[in-house]
Ligand binder design. Structure first.
Ligand SMILES: [Zn+2]
Length: 43
């Protein structure tokens, strides 16, 4: 599972206790979900 920086958009694979972007130092809050089934919207 990878994380993406919400500040610069860089991808961070390293997952430590404290998640932060090594590029800009911003907090990483964006989780990249694995390729799963598409979300089906039912009315
Ligand atoms: Zn960043």
């Amino acid at each position: 599972m990878a994380y993406a920086c919400t500040h610069c958009g860089k991808k961070i694979k390293q997952l430590e206790s404290f998640i932060r972007c090594p590029y800009c130092g911003g907090r990483v809050l964006l989780k990249e979900r694995p390729n799963i089934a598409r979300e089906v919207t039912t009315d």
